[in-house]
Design a protein around this ligand. Structure first.
Ligand code: PEP
Ligand code: MG
Length: 897
């Protein structure tokens, strides 16, 4: 078999599409050669050799050596030098690893291979540059000694051993630190001797003089590094199979360190931070490639080349154009200039921020490099929320200490004075303070404080905890489960990172990374949010905003699946609609009971111990609900609204403190002892599996009656005012067809009554959530009563995995570190397990009711990977919090293209 693929002089055995066999670097070196760019000749040893190496006790195929010799011979012919030549200019090579994608943790590069005590003299003579030759030799022994022979820092040592030798030499000789390029030929000779001694001391063996031994050693080091710990950890994290293997690239050296007419650099063909169409990067005169990245000398901006090496700079600009035209994407390149002549050493697609990705995609479409579908695909959905979130001032952030880390639950940056309870947070916000609400965990009681706060930080709870889902719905920055912070409600202090913060002190939270900072950091709002507020036509809108609008328009063109929103208020609806939501996928009616003093009527209702009293309390709630629903319908302007009947884990609504109980007793005229007694009776050991969901309305049908009445009366009101309405009434937590049947009967009865009484007609749907496993596997029975299903994947995950959505913080880390969870299953759908339940439910539902409308309203509806799964399942829509609507739209478009 062919194990070695050569390139050089405009010809190549391989090409850019052969990344599996040649690795990313090798394939692109071949491709660059084929399109006529100046690439020093070389060859790639294929990934198949890596596979062979591990399958055969770390040995090589018998024909490999001969093929490598042919590869070297090809390079010698093209370059005109001989490998190991001790008379004329010796061919030196660079050996680099090259997996399909570049992989940190693996052996990277050995330069100047082929030098020994004889060839260094030949190089010196041929170039008439002794300093240069010995500089190369010193570098070679250091790199080879480090990465191939393993002469590295040992435990307890502070410095790399080779650096230690250089350092002490400089101080001995010059009495101070000088830059490496100032070392003389004699200095480098002395260092070579000392380096060799170091190698001998550490390895017990002399430095290999034979170039072929050197080359085989370096290739072996690349293959071995495929299985080192760092590489294994990296592959695990990114799901790269070990079976892929790495390739090895051997390339003729060109020298950036021959003098001031030479240099090395790295560059992006456009700015990867902000997307500007400008060459962006760094270079160093009289240096080899690793000097630029190693940080020993501070490189200059690549634009500085225009002065220092004008011709090479012009050539580089030409190469930039050719590369972009050929690869139709922004490239990240390495190059070297030897005596004024430019050589390309590597190219790959450049990594980029979300802002750069957006600008690249729009500009390249305008330049006719890519079509609009490709432009959409060039924007990663999981990065898009970077564009919508406020950001920290980078310089200030650097000066502020990190004090804790939690789960990134609501993206963006927020900095404010901390308050540990909702009332004090709201009061401070009223006075104009910017506030962070810090709680162990939140409950609906904290809603006032959450609304008032700029950001929310909790020490307990997961990404679908109350704090997380409410924060996202409101577009607030949020970190959950930051277990490193210690909250003392009595003393009103927060301890973290060895510091103590009082109420009113500043903390800053980054809800995109989950990092908590101790102190104040300035923030800026996203241009896109500002643009949406200004309105699409405003002349103040930035280019970034216009690009965003264009991207969303293209998404609409590509998408099959709709995106709805989870919203409980007209404001949230308006935000979501501005982002392109096609309706509401979930209104959690229980969230509406915490405004003003509705909570009192709600508590009265829950605490009622007979139907009469319950109906009395419900009557008080009815007008509030009707008004809320009317507001939501109006904001939707005819778009559909899925409204879920009450699903409260009861404990969230009970008055827990003595103070609250007394207060309620006074307000509703019941003895406090009775209230205490009822609270005691209603206590549940496991409220999430307790008297919640439709179970509540099964016990107390009057609750469903009141809610249905409020929904339909609001609908009737709309019809009378000429506002189009499409209510979809949804029953939660259904596991038995009979549960739904009983509720549906009530809903239809009330609808008929309202129509009759108000003398209007309106259409509506009745359906259910699929959020417990029994509901999923008996979906055929349930579908007989349901016009639609909405997957409640928060509860479905909780019940399918048997993992509490609020208590997983304590073991989530061990579960992801041990590869049990590929990702947090409450953030990204467990497609193998929970996904299977969804597949069963979808199939069974469609069997009985082919036109059944299927959607999802769990938090997964805003996660790109989960959205793709939903597309495959053929769902009609996904529903997510307002600020995630663009993310879901982009992911849905990706799935469809
Ligand atoms: C769900 O369970 O997925 C859901 C949307 O409902 P909630 O989060 O309100 O339980
Ligand atoms: Mg649920």
């Amino acid at each position: 078999p062919k194990y070695v693929y050569t390139w050089g002089n405009g010809k190549a055995d391989g090409h850019g599409k052969m990344k599996e066999l040649l690795g990313g670097k090798g394939a692109n070196l071949a491709e660059m050669t084929l399109i006529g760019l100046p690439v020093p000749a070389g060859f790639t040893i294929t990934t198949e050799v890596c596979t062979y190496y591990y399958a055969h006790k770390r040995t090589y195929p018998s024909t490999l050596r001969a093929q490598m010799e042919a590869g070297i011979a090809n390079m010698e012919k093209i370059m005109g030098y001989k490998f190991g030549d001790s008379e004329g200019f010796p061919l030196l090579v660079a050996v680099r690893s090259g997996a399909r994608d570049s992989m940190p943790g693996m052996m990277d590069t050995v330069l100047n291979l082929g030098l020994n005590d004889k060839t260094v003299e030949a190089l010196s003579k041929a170039t008439d540059n002794e300093r240069f030759a010995w500089d190369c030799y010193r570098r070679f022994i250091q790199m080879y000694g480090d990465v191939v022979l393993g002469v590295q820092k040992r435990e307890g040592e502070d410095h790399e051993p080779f650096e230690e030798v250089i350092e002490s030499f400089k101080h001995e000789t010059y009495g101070k630190d000088i830059v490496d390029s100032d070392l003389t030929a004699e200095d480098n000779k002395e260092l070579v001797a000392r380096f060799k001694k170091l190698v001998k001391d550490r390895t017990g063996q002399g430095f290999p003089e034979d170039p072929w031994e050197q080359l085989e050693g370096a290739a072996g080091a690349v293959f071995s590094s495929w299985m080192n710990d760092r590489a294994i950890v990296y592959r695990r994290k990114y799901g790269i199979p070990a079976a892929w293997g790495t390739a090895v690239n051997v390339q003729a050296m060109v020298f950036g360190n021959t003098g001031t007419n030479s240099g090395s650099g790295v560059a992006f063909t456009r700015n990867p931070a902000n997307g500007e169409n400008e060459l962006y990067g760094e270079f160093l005169v009289n240096a080899q490639g690793e000097d630029v990245v190693a940080g020993v000398r501070t490189p200059d901006p690549v634009s500085g080349m225009e002065q220092a090496l004008p011709q090479a700079y012009k050539d580089l600009l030409k190469v930039r154009k050719i590369l972009e035209k050929h690869f139709t994407d922004v490239q990240d390149v390495e190059f070297t200039i030897q005596d004024g002549k430019l050589f390309m050493l590597q190219t790959r697609n450049g990594k980029r921020t979300a802002a750069a990705a957006l600008k690249f995609s729009m500009d390249m479409n305008k330049e006719k490099l890519i079509d609009w579908q490709t432009a959409v695909l060039r924007n990663p959905a999981d990065q898009l929320d970077q564009l919508l979130a406020p950001v920290f001032d980078a310089a200030e952030l650097k000066k502020t200490p990190e004090i804790a880390k939690g789960l990134p639950a609501g993206p963006g940056a927020a900095s404010g004075k901390i308050y540990l309870n909702a009332d004090r947070a709201a009061a401070a916000a009223n006075k104009g303070e910017v506030v962070l609400l810090v709680r162990v965990e939140t409950s609906p009681e904290d809603l006032r404080g959450m609304i008032a706060a700029e950001g929310i930080l909790t020490s307990r709870g997961g990404v679908s905890s109350h704090a997380a889902l409410v924060a996202r719905q409101m577009g607030k920055v949020c970190i959950c489960g930051a277990s490193g912070i210690e909250i003392d409600y009595d003393k009103k202090t927060v301890k973290a990172g060895g510091q103590s913060f009082k109420e009113g002190d500043y903390l800053s939270i980054d809800g995109t990374t989950g990092i908590v900072y101790g102190g104040q950091v300035a923030t800026e709002p996203s241009e896109i949010i500002t643009g949406l507020i200004n309105g699409k036509k405003s002349s103040q809108n930035t280019e970034k905003f216009q690009h965003f609008v264009q991207l969303m328009d293209w998404c609409a063109k590509a998408t099959r699946m709709g995106v709805r929103t989870n919203a409980d208020t007209p404001e949230q609806v308006k935000t979501a609609v501005a982002f392109g939501a096609e309706g509401i996928g979930l209104t959690r009616t229980e969230h509406m009971f915490f405004e003003g003093d509705r909570i009192d009527a709600m508590r009265e209702m829950i605490l009622a111990d007979n139907e009469t009293n319950r109906r009395k309390a419900l009557k008080k709630l009815l007008p509030h609900q009707r008004k809320d629903f009317f507001g939501i319908f109006k904001a939707l302007e005819g778009k559909p609204a899925t409204i879920r009947l009450l699903d409260p884990p009861l404990h969230e609504f009970l008055p827990h403190t003595k103070e609250q109980q007394l207060d309620l007793a006074n307000k509703i005229g019941i003895p406090v002892e009775t209230i205490m007694q009822r609270v005691h009776e209603l206590h549940e050991f496991n409220p999430m599996l307790g008297h919640r969901g439709c179970r509540l309305a099964i016990s107390y049908p009057e609750i469903a009656e009141m809610q249905a009445q409020a929904i339909f009366e609001a609908a009737a009101q709309c019809v009378k005012k000429g506002i189009e309405v499409k209510p979809e009434v949804m029953v939660p937590l259904v596991g038995y067809a009979r549960e739904l049947e009983l509720q549906v009967e009530i809903i239809h009865r009330i609808a008929a009554e309202v129509k009759e009484k108000k003398g209007v007609e309106f259409d509506y749907l009745v359906g259910t959530m699929i959020e417990v496993p029994r509901g999923a596997v008996t979906a055929d029975e349930i579908a007989a009563h349901a016009q639609f299903f909405s997957f409640g994947t928060n509860d479905l995950t909780q019940t399918a995995l048997g993992v509490s959505r609020d208590d997983m913080g304590s073991f989530l880390n061990s579960y992801t570190e041990n590869d049990i969870y590929p990702r947090n299953p409450f953030a990204s759908l467990d497609t193998t397990g929970v996904g299977q339940l969804m597949e069963i439910a979808a199939a069974k539902g469609r069997e009985v009711r082919p036109d059944i409308k299927l959607g999802i309203c769990g938090e997964h509806g805003g996660d790109p990977d989960s959205v793709k799964f939903c597309h495959k399942l053929g769902l009609a829509y996904v529903s997510c919090s307002p600020y995630r609507v663009p993310v879901a739209r982009l992911a849905a478009a990706h799935a469809a293209i």
